[in-house]
Design a protein around this ligand. Structure first.
Ligand SMILES: [Zn+2]
Length: 513
């Protein structure tokens, strides 16, 4: 079996999904889970983009020990310096430096001749090699580049010291056959390619990202790049969990495998979906809620008699849990602490105490506290930024089919003072949002609102995701509570608090490979 390295870019390309805006603790929680999943390399961000990005990458490089942490840089000294400052504390630091090689990008974006592009790429790799033990070079928009030029520039950057070469399908344009042939061409036409890792980075604009990644593996790629749940710019990136499970289930065909712990897939998918607010469609391959549901009578009958009649992947393979009752009202602190550990959380003493108090509150209201409930509760506590912020103190809503819905809300302001106000709307949630908008200085507008239940049952927790525009900055927000109106209010303030926590965050955030 050939070993395929997994390069996860959930925290860089994935975080560039429209409306996704993770705080530093959320990024760290995802990074720790990616380490548990067993990815080989994780791209933690783009350090030169903003102070927030720099700090996010540095936190992860300083914390994660069993994964090579990388960061993105354009082909200039300033970006490479910022990346080294952020990554040098890592266990196995590497740089991901890129430059566009297609005529469209070289002419219109870079305004450089092909020779100048080669020179810039070589200089950047040589400079990076002064600091980084490992340098990956990416040919942005490789798939619309001239093949012989691509072979020439790759030869030069390998001579300059790059040991991983990434061939991204930046715009998601190629078919699997074409993409595979490009890898074969480069292996046959770059004289110094032997011993260098070849990496596939696919986008899903035509729905072919996973198929293209697998085609690249067939044609000699030794590394695949992608994101959890396939999130990312536009239609997203290759879904890592799909590639890894395809290699496992069809190892007879591909003769290749990743080092991923596949039974961590479900937890990773849940965490990324919850923190990014990007819902996983029910019918999505591998991790969708219906991926193991058999609806037709003939299929159900077959599966009951013999699972493999219609089931090629077992839910256990990817770590689907039964979500049984885990703890009740009378469970003690000791049992709670054990369960927290079982669920994969490492909480310090202060957070354990906070979580235990929240659990007791929930157990009073709800008869059964399930794993899904605890996962939601613990994730919220683990990723709560300790910054001055707006917090709900109390909410009262009057609703009747014959009345105008009215909300009365008390909130604590970032400076610690309390304010109270009432407002109306055409529905209960709108009344709450109108009132909050009147209480918070600046312009605040709701752009998207979604509500999910955590697990099943009539007493399930409500999880609300919102996207807002606050003072011209787009932000997402998340709130979980037993009542839908309370979770709606929490999510709205959460979105505002994220903007306040890093006013400069959106500045120059985007770079793309
Ligand atoms: Zn990309």
């Amino acid at each position: 079996m050939r070993k395929i390295n997994v390069f996860d870019t959930t925290l860089r390309d994935g975080e560039q999904s429209a409306g996704v805006n993770l705080n530093a603790l959320e990024k760290l929680e995802i990074a720790k889970q990616l380490e548990r999943l067993g990815v080989d390399i994780m791209e933690a961000g783009f350090p030169a983009a903003s102070k927030g990005d720099f700090q996010g990458v540095k936190n992860i490089a300083d914390t994660v020990r069993n994964v090579s942490v990388t960061g993105l840089a354009r082909a200039n000294m300033k970006d490479i310096d910022a990346a080294w400052d952020a990554l040098k504390g890592g266990a196995d630091p590497r740089l991901h430096v890129f430059l566009a090689t297609s005529p469209i990008h070289m002419t219109h974006k870079l305004k450089k001749t092909p020779d100048e592009v080669v020179e810039t790429a070589v200089e950047a790799v040589k400079y990076a090699k002064k600091f980084f033990p490992k340098v990956q070079w990416s040919a942005e928009d490789a798939c619309r580049s001239d093949r012989s030029f691509l072979a020439k520039i790759i030869k030069e950057v390998i001579d300059a010291g790059a040991s991983v070469i990434n061939i991204p399908d930046t715009v998601g344009y190629r078919s699997p056959q074409e993409y595979g042939e490009l890898f074969t061409y480069l292996r046959n036409n770059v004289p110094n390619i032997e011993g260098v890792d070849l990496s596939a980075h696919c986008h899903n604009d035509l729905g072919m990202a996973v198929a293209n990644s697998l085609a690249a593996i067939e044609c000699g790629a030794t590394q695949i790049e992608g994101t959890i749940n396939g999130i990312g710019e536009r239609a997203g990136n290759a879904a890592i969990e799909e590639v890894a499970v395809a290699l496992r289930i069809r190892n007879d065909f591909y003769q290749a495998e990743t080092g991923l712990k596949l039974d961590e897939i479900k937890r990773t998918s849940n965490l990324v979906s919850k923190l990014t607010g990007m819902a996983v469609p029910g019918n999505k391959a591998v991790v969708g809620a219906n991926a193991f549901a058999h609806e037709s009578g003939i299929h159900q009958d077959g599966v009951l008699k013999e699972k493999t009649t219609y089931e090629i992947i077992s839910p256990q393979l990817i770590g689907v849990q039964s979500n049984s009752l885990v703890l009740g009202k009378h469970s003690g602190r000791h049992a709670f602490r054990d369960k927290v550990k079982d669920l994969g959380f490492e909480l310090d003493e202060a957070k354990i105490n906070e979580a235990f108090a929240d659990f007791k509150d929930l157990a009073d209201k709800k008869k059964q506290v399930t794993e899904d409930d605890l996962f939601a509760l613990l994730t919220d506590i683990q990723t709560d930024e300790f910054v001055d912020k707006y917090e709900i103190h109390s909410i009262q809503v009057q609703y009747g089919t014959a009345n105008i819905p009215t909300a009365t809300i008390s909130i604590e302001k970032p400076d610690g003072t309390m304010i109270q106000q009432a407002g109306t709307g055409s529905g209960s949630v709108e009344a709450i949002y109108n009132t909050l908008e009147a209480m918070i200085p600046g312009t605040l507008q709701l752009q998207d609102y979604r509500i999910n239940s955590v697990g099943g049952g009539r007493d399930a927790l409500a999880e609300v995701h919102v996207r807002v525009m606050y003072n011209g900055v787009e932000s997402n927000g998340r709130g979980t509570a037993q009542d839908v109106l309370e979770s709606s209010a929490i999510a709205y303030l959460n979105a505002v608090n994220r903007v306040l926590a890093r006013e400069s965050y959106q500045v120059n955030k985007k770079a793309h490979v």
